[in-house]
Design a protein around this ligand. Structure first.
Ligand code: BG6
Length: 464
């Protein structure tokens, strides 16, 4: 065995409620922004496919959990749909949802699979969006109550909680780059959304600490899941270094620093102040954020961000955007995933681990998402099975770098692939397939890919 991983390493995969449950309008679930947006603009979704039916986890959770077990999962991350549990975002709890999530959690535990539960994966209840979404402090309060409700209902069995998945994505998608509802392009509003998300995170952490105290359940942990896409400068030229540093401040450190150290980076505050983009901060916010430090960090890593100093002058008549400070850089000869159009840079995972070890107190972490999306994956179907050797190679190469980081002292405790069964993915719907199991959309049949078989062995041997 070349790569032996630490004892009790978490092997599993990740997904989210909206992307897998389906039953979007059943059993009292409230509408979320995805249900709403699809109704108004179905053409914004690949193949006009909505999350309404997703991959039917709502009906098939029991057999799906058995499939997890079959390929060696000892842990699995999904989320609780806020609009399923509390259809209006605040107020009444939906008993059908409580029953469903209880069943899922109990079934996972019965199968020896540790539930990792996330509370927000891009799926704002529509009733909350209507009162301003993350731009509103009322929504911050409603989310905090939702989190507290989840701890009370499920905290006796769930030991790994996460407040948000990739909180920067709704900021980018919804308020800068037009790929999430509400399709706003406004830097100042984006900053407010990010700031309030961070407040909501910290308030949820505080609720969990209260819950732990009350129940003397010290063994539970709470964290956040961040997509820590490293920013690599084109060169060591000071202008390129500055460009990469600003991209890092805006897209990584904006959430990483407050989550781990309890404070926003000074460089970010200076940048926003200089450009008149600071959000409205209230008395007491700083203390709330300082108390929101996490126990554990989930790291999502797919591809690097390469940047260079801008080659052209900024058009000051256009909206103020992050790209005023840098341009994306296409490094010649970069290795690509031709089936998704993303760069593959395996060492990025090692660089993230090294950064966390050297600059963030070696916070306990795990790889909460990594994976390879493939469009038209049917072309690799042979004898009824997807022969995804490219995915095995992709995972192996990333795990090798992860292993090296662990040997050098990084406190990384697990690896979750995105994803378990090919699932629905926001604007891209079922375009890019990521799963250990393929999904036949017409029949909902799940079929193990070659990577699923391989992963079962890796998990069994705790390495490869
Ligand atoms: C991750 C998200 O960043 O990317 C997932 O957390 C998403 O929710 C995944 O499904 C894959 O995205 P895509 O666009 O390639 O289908």
């Amino acid at each position: 065995m070349q790569h032996q991983f630490p004892k009790n390493f978490w092997w599993g995969s990740a997904s989210s409620a909206t992307q897998t449950e389906g039953a979007a309008f059943e059993d009292g679930k409230g509408e979320n922004i995805w249900d709403h947006w699809y109704k108004t603009q179905p053409n914004r979704f690949f193949g006009d496919v909505s999350a309404t039916d997703a991959s039917t986890f709502y009906q098939h959770y029991r057999s799906d959990i058995a499939l997890m077990k079959e390929i060696g999962h000892n842990s699995f991350r999904t989320s609780i749909s806020w609009s399923r549990l509390i259809p209006n975002g605040c107020g009444e709890v939906n008993p059908k949802a409580v029953e469903f999530y209880n069943n899922v959690i109990d079934e996972m535990l019965a199968q020896g699979i540790e539930p990792f539960i996330n509370l927000f994966h891009f799926d704002m209840p529509m009733a909350m969006q209507e009162i301003g979404g993350w731009e509103s402090r009322k929504v911050v309060e409603a989310y905090t109550e939702f989190a507290a409700t989840c701890f009370e209902l499920f905290g006796d069995r769930v030991k790994y909680w996460f407040t948000f998945n990739e909180p920067i994505v709704p900021v980018e998608g919804g308020y800068l780059y037009d790929f999430h509802y509400p399709n706003v392009v406004d830097f100042g509003r984006a900053v407010t959304v990010g700031y309030h998300t961070m407040l909501a995170h910290a308030k949820a952490v505080a609720k969990y600490r209260q819950y732990q105290q009350k129940n003397q359940q010290q063994e539970g942990q709470i964290g956040i899941i961040l997509n820590l896409t490293p920013s690599y400068p084109r060169s060591q030229n000071p202008a390129d270094l500055k460009a990469a540093n600003i991209a890092d401040l805006l897209f990584n450190r904006s959430f990483l620093d407050p989550s781990v150290t309890g404070e926003f980076p000074q460089g970010l505050v200076d940048l926003l102040t200089e450009h008149g983009q600071m959000p409205v901060c209230e008395t007491g916010d700083r203390e709330i954020i300082a108390a929101g430090k996490v126990d554990i960090l989930g790291v999502n890593y797919y591809q690097p961000r390469r940047v260079k100093a801008r080659l052209t002058a900024v058009d000051t008549n256009g909206p103020f955007m992050p790209e005023w400070f840098f341009e994306n850089y296409e490094m010649p000869g970069r290795k690509m995933n031709p089936h998704r159009g993303w760069e593959i840079y395996e060492k990025g995972i090692y660089d993230i681990m090294t950064n966390l070890r050297e600059n963030y107190g070696n916070i306990p972490c795990f790889i909460s998402e990594n994976g390879m999306g493939v469009e038209g994956e049917d072309k690799f179907l042979k004898d009824g099975q997807i022969q995804d050797t490219y995915r095995i190679e992709f995972i192996q190469d990333h795990l090798s770098w992860l292993h090296k980081a662990i040997q050098e002292g990084s406190d990384c405790r697990g690896y979750h692939l995105w994803t378990f069964i090919d699932n629905w993915s926001w604007n891209n719907a079922y375009k890019n397939r990521y799963g250990f199991y393929s999904l036949d959309l017409a029949t909902q049949t799940r079929t193990k890919k070659l990577s699923g078989e391989w992963f079962a062995e890796v998990s069994k041997n705790n390495g490869f």
